[in-house]
Design a binder for this molecule. Structure first.
Ligand code: B12
Ligand code: SF4
Length: 451
């Protein structure tokens, strides 16, 4: 018989906020609302294991102060946090952990998600968080909560793979956890654990898409990119993806989907199966979009996808300069990208993202990006200034060459991403990078048919 679970658990989806946050210049508060898929999956796993929990979601109906009051009232044994690096999330974690511990220092704080995976050592050494979970959380959280529930014996914690914790002032990492090989055995997010009505009405009113994950990982090795799951690619089966989409459509009345995979085009075989399943069984049922690589797409493929609801693809082009692409190790042939995009442009909407500020960037390479935008008459382009992300090759190089001297300080200052250089490794001045961004943004805007 399953033992009775006694731990009091709180799952917190918290919007980074702290005193002075609003006053900080260049802070870009996210006005769009996104369901927290990672925490949603953790909620599903806990539900399956019969752990009860309370959820606090300050993105939709609450505040940091409200969350702390709830902690004070419920006095949970464990608080679960998640988050992405950027938007001062790291700074926020330091403060929120302090405040939770002030309420009761025996509350265990556990954090997982992309930020935890990217800067686990900083989090464990500079915050009062007890455990940092690296990588996929499904198996780790169950093992860790089991140990905590069984009177928390420190030796047992060491057997839980994928966590960082402190012991006598020393940081312990229990070792990498193997990736889950069969995503079909993974649970889908437990939407109802969160104030889902708010998410639904937001999406309906804004016409935005439901976010959904079809795969994890990317085979790319781009020097500016930090992948949460790494290079190994795992996919949900096309049947399961469609079952998930049907669930959302039938229960929440939303039929537009955005695949949040790093590269939806990772597995051509799965995609083919997905297209034929939609065509044979669910024609006209859904509208969908995804992000992928411009060298993995063809007109013929897009035609078949558009027939079953594809309406937009987002491509990470990064630069119109082949030299810059090589420096990023993007492994993208710019000529091939142009040909591919030209051929599909009339079939669906395309959205391209670019970076300015990589190693060696100069006005000449920026002009090549401008030419790329003009050649394709791209009216939908996002121009980002390169932000060096911990865990990337470019970041490691910046440390070696002393561009970054203090990692904790650097992470503390990571606020709005991609709108200014935190560290400039290009051949241009900061001012010129900002000008280049503006110029490219204007170039793309010029192709919009705005009245
Ligand atoms: C959708 C998305 C967004 C949405 C937000 C969605 C949301 N609220 O969750 C929007 C558009 C708002 C967004 C914004 C940003 N994003 Co974003 N985003 C993504 C994207 C494409 C998908 C995230 C996702 O849902 N994945 C699927 C779920 C299942 O994965 P997961 O969340 O990692 O969860 C798993 C584990 O991490 C873990 N886990 C997660 N939470 C917890 C909690 C606990 C307690 C435990 C134990 C485990 C655990 O278990 C889960 C299952 O295994 C990822 C790329 C990707 N493919 O993952 C980038 C990504 C997460 N984003 C990234 C970045 C940089 C940003 C921005 C900073 C960009 C910007 N221009 O400002 C902002 C920051 C926003 C913020 N709030 O701080 C980076 C993260 C970098 C980092 N290492 O932290 C990523 C990895 C993209 C990349 N390669 O650069 N993003
Ligand atoms: S930038 Fe895109 S292609 Fe490159 S590693 Fe990241 S997800 Fe993969």
């Amino acid at each position: 018989m399953e033992s009775l679970k006694t731990l009091r658990i709180m799952i917190a989806n918290l919007k980074p906020h702290f005193e002075g946050y609003q006053k900080r210049s260049l802070v870009q508060r996210f006005s769009t609302l996104h369901f927290p898929i990672g925490l949603g999956i953790i909620a599903a796993v806990l539900k399956e294991k019969r752990w009860d929990y309370d959820v606090y979601d300050s993105y939709v109906n609450g505040t940091t102060g409200g969350f702390l009051k709830r902690v004070e009232k419920l006095l949970p044994d464990v608080v679960l946090l998640s988050g992405f690096l950027g938007n001062y999330s790291y700074r926020f974690c330091i403060e929120i952990a302090k405040k939770i511990k002030k309420i009761n220092r025996n509350i265990f704080i556990i954090i997982g998600g992309p930020m935890a995976t990217t800067i686990p050592e900083l989090l464990i050494s500079h915050t009062l968080i007890d455990f940092v979970v690296k990588g996929e959380g499904e198996l780790t959280i169950v093992e860790l909560l089991d140990v905590i529930e069984k009177n928390f014996i420190k030796e047992q914690v060491r057997s839980v793979r994928g966590i960082y914790f402190k012991e006598g002032g020393k940081i312990i990492f229990t070792g990498e956890r193997d990736r889950m090989m069969n995503l079909n055995a993974a649970l889908l997010p437990f939407y109802e654990a969160f104030p889902i009505e708010k998410y639904i009405s937001y999406l309906k009113n804004s016409g935005r898409c439901w976010e959904i994950s079809a795969s994890r990982g990317c085979y790319g090795r781009c020097r500016f990119c930090k992948l949460t799951f790494g290079k190994r690619i795992t996919c949900y089966s096309p049947e399961l993806i469609i079952k998930h989409m049907l669930y959302v459509k039938e229960n929440y009345g939303i039929e537009r989907f955005n695949f949040v995979d790093d590269n939806f085009l990772n597995s051509p075989r799965s995609i083919e199966e997905f297209i034929s399943l939609l065509k044979n069984k669910y024609p006209g049922e859904f509208k969908w979009r995804f992000q992928g690589r411009a060298d993995r797409i063809s007109m013929e493929m897009v035609e078949r996808m558009a027939e079953v609801g594809l309406f937009d693809i987002s491509f990470g082009i990064e630069s119109g300069s082949q030299d810059m692409l090589n420096r990023y190790d993007k492994n993208l042939d710019i000529k091939k990208a142009i040909l591919n995009l030209k051929s599909i442009k009339n079939l669906i909407d395309i959205h391209c993202t670019f970076i300015v500020g990589g190693p060696g960037e100069n006005w000449g390479t920026v002009k090549e990006t401008e030419r790329f935008i003009r050649q394709l008459k791209l009216n939908n382009a996002a121009i980002n200034i390169l932000t060096l992300f911990p865990g990337t090759i470019l970041y490691d190089e910046a440390i070696k060459s002393s561009f970054i001297r203090d990692e904790h300080r650097y992470a503390m200052n990571l606020g709005a991403m991609h709108v200014r250089p935190y560290v400039n490794i290009s051949d241009m001045s900061n001012d010129d990078l900002l000008k280049a961004r503006e110029m490219l943004t204007e170039t793309a805007a010029g192709f919009g048919d705005y009245i």
